[in-house]
Every structure is written in structure tokens, then in C-alpha cells.
Design a protein around this ligand. Sequence first.
Ligand code: CP
Ligand code: NVA
Length: 308
Amino acid sequence: MTALRHYLQFKDFSREDYEYVFRRAKWIKDKFKRYEPYHPLFDRTLVMIFEKASTRTRLSFEAGMQQLGGSAIYLNTRDSQLGRGEPVEDAAQVISRMSDLVMIRTFEQEMVERFAANSRVPIINGLTNEYHPCQILADIYTFIEHRGSIQGRTVAWVGDSNNMCNTWLQAAEVLDFNVHVSTPPGYEVEPERAGLYGTDHFEEFADPMEACKGADLVTTDVWTSMGFEAENEERMKDFADWCVDAEMMAVAAPDALFMHCLPAHRGEEVTTDVIDGPQSVVWDEAENRLHAQKALMEFLMLGRVGDQ
Ligand code: CP
Ligand code: NVA
């Protein structure tokens, strides 16, 4: 039997784990592209709990589980007892006795930690206020597909020090690359909240142009994340100069990629010419959520199944 492991933040896996999962993602993707059925999770059930909206995360987990031979059940706050105050610990006991794997999208990271502490099955963080590890898993897989190893490379993060930024920073520590971060004043990285071991793998820049200089990848995200809507008006003013545009891409490395986890707001955090331009890989990035998470689910459920 595989030892119980959870995926609650990026640093829950080692570099060796990621090397394995990325190899499996490629193997699973190639097989899928050849229309070859692969059902290692036959008869297994994934429960997906959504306390926030989603398109990509729900689709990629639900389709992915089905493609691996299992099934997926969708629960949300509105229609389940979770929204009516049932303790997280009780929900975890019950849900994990009826399923094999649970994915949760919620607000506080503490909720997924408490759920995992009371679960009999692996828990996957499908986004919290603090982290979005499944997205960065897909993003780094996408980088590797296009450019090879990310070790020693430079990623420029322009915008909010949110769940995506925190996860990039953790990934830099695990996989040994650098992140150049530029946020407006008052929105700087909080290393403790980001769950970092130190400050060796990132540098902060007041000017987003400086952060982008020589970068191998330029990436950004919405100015207002889910759960922070009350701050939207203020953020629209504060982030006005943190829009990734052609000038920023021009100072990055000549072969720099652009990524955005989506959904995007063209004309806010990124210009249309950049997100729809030749350096953008946002559609590959979105598709790779499917392939990377299939490898993740297989790894959590079955451990290492091959040398691929
Ligand atoms: N990028 C991402 O997680 O998208 P959804 O919010 O649509 O799931
Ligand atoms: N930072 C964004 C990511 C959405 C996928 C949010 O949390 O809303």
C-alpha cells in the first residue's frame, strides 16, 4: 500500500518527486494524444470540494480522473453541509471514508491542513488564499516542454504577491531557480506567509521593468484574487503600473515566455498584444493542468509505478 501523502503546498514534494511527476506527465500526455486508453485509477473516486469559483481546475480534475478510469464528484459550499457549519474535521472523516482522493479549493490554507489531518486519503490543494500548487506544477511542466530544465533560470513575477506568487517562490527553493518579484508598495512578499525557508531564491524590484530584465519567463496574475473583491477599487489604482506590456517583454530574454494562470483581464495585468502574442504559452499552460494533475493523482494514489 502507498504511504499517505498530501499535496497542500509546493514544498510538500522534493525535487526528485517533481522529476518523477514531470516524466509521468509527459508519458501520460503522449499516450493520451495517441488516443491510447490508460486506466490506472479504475474504480477510484475523487471528491472535489469548491468553496470558490473555477473553470480550469474543475474541468482538469474531473476530466483527468475520468480519463484515468475513475470518477469525480463535485461538492460546493452552497449545496453541501460545509456551508452550514459542519466542522471541517467531521467532513474530512466522512468524505475520506467514501472516496480515494479529495481536492479542495477554499479560502484559508488552514482549512486544507485541518481537513488533511483528519483524512484517510490524500488531499490536494486546488487553490487557497495562500497557495496554488497545481497551477505551478503545470506551469513548470510547460516551461520544461518549451525550454528544458528550469534550474538556474529566472522567472519575473509582476503584480500581486498572492497565492500564485507564493507558490512560484516555494518552487524556486525546491527546484533551484530565481524569481524577480515586483509588486506595488504595500503588496510586497511576506516570506512567512509564503512558507519560505529563506530569501536566497528571490529578489524584489520596485520597478517592474527591472524585474523583467533578462528573465526567461515573465508571468503575472489578476490584481484582485478571489476573496479579496472588497479591495478591488483600491487595487485598480495601486496596480496601474504593473501591467505586463511589450516594453517589459522587450527587456526580458529574447526567447522569454509569457504565462498567466487565467482567467485574465486584458488591459489590466497584461496587454492584449502580450497575452495573445507569440511569446505567450497560456493555452499550453491551461491544457497542461490536465496532464500534470493526472500524473499528480497517479503519484498520490499509486506511488511510483514505472521508470518513465
Ligand atoms: N487557473 C485556474 O485555477 O483557473 P480556474 O479558477 O478556472 O480553476
Ligand atoms: N490568484 C487568483 C488565481 C485564480 C486561478 C485567485 O486566487 O483568484
